[in-house]
Design a protein around this ligand. Structure first.
Ligand code: 3PG
Length: 306
C-alpha cells in the first residue's frame, strides 16, 4: 500500500490533516503523521517507509531524501521550495512539487496587516500615518504579489511592481503600474513588499545600495525569506537612515541586534504568513491531490525539479 508521510514541524490545522487523510484513504493510501518533531533525525527515521512526503518549511535535505528508500514524490505544501535539496531529489529520480497559489492570500493579508501595524506606531498609542495614497512597490509579482496588490488597492495605495518574469500586460491588467528596472521601483516607492523566492541569485540581493534608493520614511516588509536580505548591510542601513523601518515575517539572524531600533523594526516570533486554517486546507489538500494524481496517473504538473 502507498504510504504518504505528512511531516510538519509546524503542524497543519486539524481540519487540513483530516482532509488530507480523507483524500489519501479514498485513494487507498495510508497516512503516516510526524508532527512537531524537534530533531531532523526524527524525519530521517520517519521517511524510511514512505512512498510520498508532504512537508511545509521542513527540510527535505539530502540525508532525508537518501533515507527515503521508497520515496517517489515530495510535495512542499506551499510556495517556496528552497527547503528541498532538488539536486538530491533529481539524482534519485524523485519528483518534487509545490502547491503554487494555495496559501498566497494568507500571506498577502498578513503583509497588509503588518504594514498597518508599523504605520500605526506599532499599536502603542502614538500618532501614526495612513497607507492611503502612498506608493507600494511589489518586488516580484507572483501569487503573493498579486494578492498584495489587490488588497493594497482597497487601501487606495498606488501600486507598482517589478518582475522580469511576468509580462507587463499581465501585471497591468490588475491596474498595477510596471517598472522595467528594480532601481525605478526602489527609487519611487516608500513601501516595498518583498515577494521574491530565495534562490542563488536573490540571496542577499536586498542590500545597502538598493535600500538607499528608497525615498524618505521608507518601509520594507519581508514575508518572503530572510536570506534575500543582506543582514550586515541591513544593520548598517538602520544606522544610516533613521527614517527606515523593516518588518519581517521571518526573524533575521540579527534579530536581537535590530531590537534596539524600537518602533522601526518588528518581526513575528515564528513565520506565520501561511498560518491560517484556510491556507493549510488549500495547500494541504492540494498536496494530497497532487500525490494521488502522480501515483495513479504519473501526472507531474507543478513539478519543480525538471
Ligand atoms: C511558503 O513558502 O509557502 C510560505 O513561506 C509558507 O511556509 P509554511 O508552510 O512553512 O508556513
Amino acid at each position: 500500500m502507498t504510504k504518504v508521510l505528512i511531516a510538519t514541524e509546524k503542524p497543519f490545522a486539524a481540519a487540513a490533516v483530516e482532509g488530507i487523510k480523507k483524500i489519501l484513504k479514498e485513494a487507498g493510501f495510508e497516512t503516516l503523521l510526524l508532527e512537531k518533531y524537534t530533531d531532523q533525525t526524527d524525519l530521517v527515521k520517519a521517511v524510511e517507509d514512505a512512498d510520498a512526503l508532504i512537508i511545509r518549511s521542513d527540510k527535505a535535505s539530502r540525508q532525508v531524501i537518501e533515507a527515503g528508500k521508497n520515496l517517489k514524490i515530495i510535495v512542499r505544501a506551499g510556495a517556496g521550495y528552497d527547503n528541498i535539496d532538488l539536486a538530491a531529489a533529481t539524482e534519485k529520480g524523485i519528483v518534487a512539487m509545490n502547491t503554487p497559489g494555495q496559501n498566497s492570500n494568507a500571506v498577502a493579508e498578513l503583509t497588509l496587516g503588518m504594514l498597518v501595524f508599523m504605520a500605526r506606531a506599532n499599536f502603542k498609542g502614538g500618532s501614526g500615518t495612513e497607507l492611503k495614497g502612498k506608493k507600494l512597490g511589489i518586488h516580484a509579482y507572483g501569487n503573493v504579489g498579486k494578492n498584495v496588490a489587490r488588497i493594497a488597492k482597497g487601501f487606495d495605495m498606488e501600486v507598482y511592481a517589478f518582475d522580469p518574469f511576468v509580462s507587463k500586460e499581465t501585471i497591468e491588467k490588475d491596474g498595477v503600474k510596471v517598472f522595467e528596472t528594480i532601481d525605478e521601483l526602489y527609487n519611487t516607492c516608500q513601501y516595498i513588499s518583498l515577494n521574491i523566492p530565495a534562490t542563488e541569485k536573490t540571496k542577499k540581493s536586498i542590500n545597502f545600495e538598493l535600500l538607499s534608493k528608497m525615498p524618505n520614511d521608507a518601509t520594507v516588509i519581508n514575508t518572503a525569506r530572510k536570506e534575500v536580505i543582506d543582514e550586515e548591510e541591513l544593520k548598517k542601513f538602520f544606522v544610516a537612515r533613521p527614517d527606515f523601518k523593516y518588518i519581517s515575517d521571518i526573524a533575521p539572524d540579527c534579530h536581537s541586534e535590530l531590537l534596539q531600533f524600537e518602533n522601526r523594526y518588528y518581526s513575528t516570533p515564528k513565520k506565520q504568513g501561511a498560518e491560517t486554517s484556510e491556507a493549510n486546507i488549500n495547500a494541504g489538500l492540494a498536496a494530497a491531490n497532487q500525490i494521488v494524481k502522480f501515483i495513479k496517473t504519473g501526472d507531474k504538473t507543478f513539478q519543480v525539479n525538471k
